[in-house]
Design a protein around this ligand. Structure first.
Ligand code: AHG
Ligand code: MN
Ligand code: MN
Length: 331
């Protein structure tokens, strides 16, 4: 039996993953691990505890916040604030970014953007949810408080990104720009262990993930691609539609099995629904590092300009050949 490799052992071995090897970036990953283990504990007992259900407040997008959204958000903020490597954060659950004002944080070199719980409408029904994170080097001067410029960087400036999926098992998947690695939480020892080294998204696949209920409102190119998915392919079958309604879970499956994930613009939502800063850019970084493509339909997601923290963008991402085919309907 081969020995389990813990995330910490992996990080210690892979110094090339941490180009500014002064330990801060691995410190941030460690903060994320600690917070996600605590969130995992709460998610696991969501059906038991009173924490289940709505907090009766709304976030900036006017969506009802689930109690676990708020819990997860607070947990990450607390962990980053006390960690010292991060000078500020932006998250789905906060209208504005949070600049940490304690002395140690003002000297932090990084900012983190995150979606503390993604797919949170699935909490009440025991279906997979996730956390998405994106790490940037700050632009503002060390020693000062973080400012908005630190967060409005293009996706291709990310130094690391990843997600945690709270599914039938809990996994952490991340990249620092040297490929993608996945770690599964072994609950018996409380450690994330390397389970999916060097994840490569299959070049082609037979799964498409889109909220087809909105088909009538989608642009012609997307409707044509969906029609293409329903035609028979090389294996004499149409593609399978799989849609969890949790971007992390849908993309995680497609990353491992091959597939395409689409949240397009529509007559209902001209820029789609998903947020560029803390949903699309980090997932795009992962997908591209795994050999896939992440596009907004016209250009790579990670080249999109950011004008505001909660800006939305259409997404088409996943297996290279599937995304290329989907984009070919644009012309
Ligand atoms: P969140 O729970 O963070 O608000 O994100 C939900 C997102 C995403 O995870 C998912 O892909 C999408 O909403 C589903 O939206 P529809 O219900 O419109 O398909
Ligand atoms: Mn989300
Ligand atoms: Mn969320």
């Amino acid at each position: 039996m081969s020995k389990l490799k813990t995330l910490n052992e992996f990080i210690a071995e892979r110094q090339e993953d941490f180009p500014f090897a002064t330990g801060e970036l691995s410190g941030i990953l460690n903060d994320i691990v600690v917070a996600s283990k605590i969130i995992n504990r709460e998610v696991n007992k969501a059906g038991l505890a009173d924490i289940l259900g709505s907090a009766q407040s709304e976030n900036i997008q006017g969506e009802t916040q689930q109690k676990l959204d708020v819990f997860a958000d607070e947990q990450f903020i607390h962990t980053f604030k006390s960690g010292g490597e991060v000078c500020g954060i932006a998250s789905e659950e906060n209208d504005d970014f949070v600049a940490f004002d304690n002395e140690i944080s003002k000297n932090g070199k990084y900012v983190v953007a995150f979606d503390p719980l993604d797919g949170s409408s699935n909490i009440d029904v025991n279906v997979s949810i996730g956390t998405i994170f994106s790490i940037y080097r700050r632009i503002s001067k060390i020693g000062n408080q973080a400012n908005i410029e630190d967060f409005l960087q293009k996706g291709n400036a990310q130094v690391a990104a990843g997600y945690v999926i709270y599914g039938s098992s809990t996994m952490l998947v991340y990249t620092t720009g040297n490929g993608v690695n996945g770690f599964t939480l072994d609950p018996s020892i409380g450690e994330f262990c390397l389970s999916h080294p060097d994840i490569q998204v299959p070049e082609n696949g037979s799964i498409y993930s889109i909220n087809e209920g909105n088909l009538e409102a989608f642009p012609d190119a997307i409707r044509s691609y969906v029609a293409h998915c329903k035609e028979t392919h090389d294996d004499k079958k149409p593609y399978s539609l799989r849609y969890i309604g949790s971007m992390v879970a849908d993309l995680h499956r497609n990353l491992i099995k091959g597939g395409i994930f689409i949240y397009p613009s529509s007559a209902l939502a001209p820029n789609g629904k998903l947020r560029l800063l803390y949903e699309c850019n980090p997932m795009a970084f992962i997908v591209e590092q795994a050999g896939g493509i992440a596009s907004d339909g016209a250009m790579p997601i990670m080249e999109a300009e950011l004008n505001s923290l909660h800006q939305r963008i259409p997404v088409i991402m996943g297996s290279k050949k599937m995304v290329e085919k989907a984009l070919s309907f644009n012309s």
